[in-house]
Ligand binder design. Structure first.
Ligand code: C2E
Ligand code: MG
Ligand code: MG
Length: 700
């Protein structure tokens, strides 16, 4: 058994160990006994504060807290609480406030039930209190933040459940915060976004601790989808383990809508709402791929309204626009679900038909399209009806790339127009091959002209009676760098009717004049015949340009130049041709009708065209010695020339016998292999000299 004083000492040691101050209050007198630690807590020493009274103590308590201590004490003294417990602030000797936790109990009571003495302890809890206050404050700030922030925020705990959700975020989704808390954020995502989050974003987030603007789709309570961007930061504990994360959500639904609108403008025609050229090119590629897979055909149809320009001119553009809308509506009624009707602009449309099993099926659809396009459209009280011309290319029969397929359909559409409109025309690959070849040839002819690869050969024309050389026909050759010397038949057909034809013809005239000029200088006066196409002759300004060419070679007399008009059948406007010929005749130039007798209305031309010379076509001359009909024709032409007072030249004179027979029939002038083959210009003077000395024709 320990001594009582020994017990007290142990008790005192324990108290010292806890760092607690002690007090002993005489309730009746208000006198207060405290220990040294009590004083130390307040930065004082026992000596300086003794004796402590209730009033002295009260003066040190924070005025705002005093009522609390008073109330707590009163409650205990009134037996309402088993002990007294209170936290309050007291003034430290250095002026600042410290928090103390005071607790105690009445240990002796007066007989009347009032308290006599009360004992207790004093603990400095400033540090804990401040930490707690800081925490409370930050929690409150956070609560306020989540409640009031105009942002969509949420935080997630380490288990991935929602820890807090900002009001705005909950509202945006149509839930209350309470409904959301504890759930996983993926519960509010579309299945696709949830998958994306779980498998792609979360692992990355765990690793890096941060994500920025990841696009998700959230689902609102009403089922509507909301496009958002989410950024998040991960908070870790001291050991680096995930503690919680804070996410910020941005609603981009409107942006998405704007983006969709932009995509619409970029891919659809604003007037008709049909796909535009850009989208068409996409669909076209797809439908070709589909055709490749299915083994069926795709039809690419180029549509152009007939008479749309007239509607525009007559009623104005706004009516024109209404017509386009109306026709579009009619067309859409006959299309199948997978067909695409696109507008390229103006009155041009493209229709893509996929999965065409046979040309027959395509034809049936196009018949329906023609019918639909010609239905009446009501615009501003007017009943208007148009029609459409359609060109079609069929893939893979026409196995070309998308651009070419469109061009082919366009070309076929043009043919449909030419053939009378309101119809469809299938693109003909064979025909295209020919036109394509012709186009390439034309391009190389153009280049050849620039590179001066053409030369004129000359074939003499002689007098069958006196043996004199009366002239020479200039005949074009192409000195091809690879293929050698090419005759006109190899390239002239490509030129026919082209824009290059006139340029080419002018080069021939110029070269012939230059040659005449050179021979003139050498003392050789000759007549040169130059072939010109009827098309070239009909070009505006033909006469003026001929006059200028003649002016460039003033030493050459215009009468030394004879123009042989080819393909007289191609003369469309006879009066125009007559006018040109007359104008050129006034310059002094002579004219011949080439290949006379081959056209079925030679006589008409002979009567109307003011030419000097007829050239008997070589096909008659060749067989005149064996074929009685041909002989009769040759005789007839010679007779005609005499009656109409025209000179006559026989071409294709291959033998001396031909020459003799022609002379006997009254044709003095001849040209042919029997006399000479066409030759380079520099050989002609030598040939002429040799011809004169031989006098072959005089022999007979
Ligand atoms: P063309 O004007 O009727 O010219 C006569 C053609 O008959 C020439 O052929 C000539 O070489 C050929 N020829 C001459 N004598 C004989 C013969 O005895 N027997 C046979 N079988 N043929 C003979 P080429 O040079 O091939 O010219 C063919 C056609 O090309 C010319 O027929 C003419 O229509 C056209 N042509 C030639 N040069 C030009 C030119 O510079 N401009 C234009 N527009 N056409 C030209
Ligand atoms: Mg000729
Ligand atoms: Mg001829």
């Amino acid at each position: 058994m320990r001594h009582r004083s020994e017990q007290l000492r142990v008790l005192q040691d324990i108290l010292d160990g806890t760092g607690a101050g002690t007090w002993d209050w005489d309730v009746g007198s208000g006198e207060l006994q405290v220990n040294a630690r009590w004083a130390e807590i307040l930065g004082l020493t026992l000596a300086t504060i003794q004796p402590v009274s209730f009033d002295k103590w009260k003066a040190l308590v924070h005025p705002e807290d005093f009522w609390r201590t008073e109330a707590a004490v009163a409650a205990h003294l009134a037996h309402l609480t088993g002990r007294y417990d209170c936290e309050f602030r007291m003034r430290h000797s250095q002026g600042h406030w410290i928090w103390v936790h005071s607790s105690g109990q009445v240990k002796s009571w007066n007989p009347d039930g009032t308290a006599r003495r009360m004992f207790g302890t004093y603990l400095d809890i400033s540090e804990r209190k401040e930490a707690q206050l800081r925490l409370e404050e930050s929690e409150q700030t956070q609560r306020l933040l989540y409640e009031a922030t105009p942002a969509m925020l949420y935080s997630i705990d380490a288990q991935g459940a929602l820890l807090s959700v900002s009001n705005l975020f909950a509202q945006a989704l149509g839930y209350t915060r309470e409904e959301m808390l504890g759930q996983k954020p993926t519960a509010f995502m579309t299945a696709e976004s949830a998958q994306f989050a779980l498998h792609t974003v979360f692992p990355e987030f765990q690793r890096t601790g941060s994500i920025r603007n990841v696009a998700y789709q959230l689902v609102r309570r009403d089922g509507q989808v909301m496009d958002v961007l989410i950024s998040a930061e991960l908070q870790r504990d001291a050991d680096g383990a995930p503690l919680r994360s804070l996410s910020c959500v941005t609603d981009v639904s409107q942006l998405k809508a704007r983006e969709a609108e932009l995509a619409r403008v970029a891919h659809f025609d604003s007037l008709t709402n049909l796909p535009n050229r850009r989208l068409l090119s996409d669909r076209l590629k797809q439908s070709l791929l589909r055709a490749d897979r299915s083994g069926r055909s795709a039809a690419i149809c180029f549509l152009d309204l007939d008479g749309f320009k007239e509607v525009n001119d007559q009623f104005g553009h706004s009516v024109g626009d209404q017509v386009l809308i109306g026709v579009t509506q009619h067309l859409c009624t006959v299309l199948r679900a997978d067909d695409t009707l696109a507008r390229l602009g103006g009155d041009e449309f493209v229709l893509l038909l996929s999965d065409i099993a046979s040309p027959m099926e395509c034809a049936q659809i196009l018949e329906r399209v023609l019918e639909a396009a010609s239905r009446t459209v009501m615009v501003e009280g007017q009943r208007l009806s148009l029609s459409v011309s359609i060109g079609v290319s069929l893939y893979p029969s026409d196995n070309a790339d998308p651009d070419i397929l469109l061009r082919h359909a366009d070309m076929a559409m043009y043919q449909a127009k030419q053939a009378g409109k309101n119809r469809y025309q299938l693109f003909d690959t064979e025909m295209d091959r020919v036109t394509q070849g012709k186009r390439e040839l034309l391009e190389s002819l153009q280049a050849a002209l620039q590179r001066q690869e053409f030369v004129l050969f000359y074939q003499p024309q002689v007098d069958l009676v006196d043996g004199g050389v009366v002239g020479a026909e200039a005949l074009i050759r192409w000195q091809h760098p690879v293929r050698g010397l090419l005759p006109p038949a190899a390239f002239l057909p490509a030129l026919q009717g082209s824009a290059l034809e006139a340029q080419f013809g002018e080069w021939v005239i110029d070269s012939a004049l230059a040659q005449l000029h050179r021979w003139q200088a050498e003392g050789m006066a000759l007549k040169v015949s130059v072939n010109i196409s009827a098309h070239h002759l009909a070009q505006p300004g033909f006469g003026e340009r001929l006059e200028q060419a003649l002016a460039r070679f003033a030493e050459v007399a215009p009468a030394q130049l004879e123009l042989e008009v080819l393909e007289t059948a191609a003369i469309g406007d006879m009066q125009h041709a007559v006018d040109i010929l007359q104008a050129c005749r006034r310059l002094g130039v002579r004219f011949a009708l080439d290949d006379f007798g081959t056209g079925y209305s030679s006589l008409t031309y002979l009567r109307q065209l003011p030419v000097h010379t007829l050239k008997i076509d070589q096909s008659f001359v060749r067989d005149m010695l064996v074929d009685a009909d041909d002989l009769a024709i040759v005789r007839g032409i010679i007779e005609l020339a005499r009656v109409f007072n025209r000179a006559v030249v026989a071409e294709g004179v291959e033998t001396l016998e031909h020459g003799a027979a022609l002379r006997d029939l009254g044709c003095r002038h001849a040209q042919g292999y029997g006399i000479a083959r066409p030759m380079p210009a520099d050989q002609l003077p030598g040939w002429c000299a040799a011809w004169a000395s031989a006098g072959a024709w005089l022999q007979r």
